[in-house]
Design a protein around this ligand. Sequence first.
Ligand SMILES: [Zn+2]
Length: 73
Amino acid sequence: MAQSAAPAAASPALPITPLPLKAILPWAVFFGILALVLLYFVGAEQGATSLVAGSDVHEWVHDGRHLLGFPCH
Ligand SMILES: [Zn+2]
């Protein structure tokens, strides 16, 4: 069994540059709003708080409601 005793050539260290907050903030706000909209449709799109007439949205997210523990029926 042949093994090399010499260590592999080390890769050159890449400098780690931190991401500035200004670059992250718009995406964080966007995904936060998106998460709130999804949470609304899963958790509250029913009955008096319904934005979409009918029960189509409720049926689409019904399993998610039960998975997340929202009261349903
Ligand atoms: Zn249900």
